[in-house]
Design a protein around this ligand. Sequence first.
Ligand code: SF4
Ligand code: SF4
Length: 97
Amino acid sequence: MIMKSELPSWNEMEEGFITRTLTEEINETGSWRTFKPVIDHSRCTKCRLCIIYCPEPCIDLEVTSSDEKVTIDYNFCKGCGICAEECPVTCINMVEE
Ligand code: SF4
Ligand code: SF4
């Protein structure tokens, strides 16, 4: 039986065992989109659920000294609509591009 400590870590494995998607660097998934999520900031409660559910992930909470604001990076948002579906106050609308 092989002990866990004897197994190679992910970066020691030979090519073919793992693939690196490099999503953030080369794959601008925003080009897949036909609908884009638009946040109604006046109704957003900053609950962060959309950040947790976004599969990309391309939603972030911008924090300044005086405010917090949920933002979407449209270079990587693929328009799946999960954020709009999960937002508890339905303040994300999917708008056709
Ligand atoms: S899920 Fe909706 S209410 Fe919550 S942070 Fe996202 S946009 Fe705002
Ligand atoms: S539409 Fe999908 S990919 Fe785009 S921000 Fe919402 S959950 Fe993320």
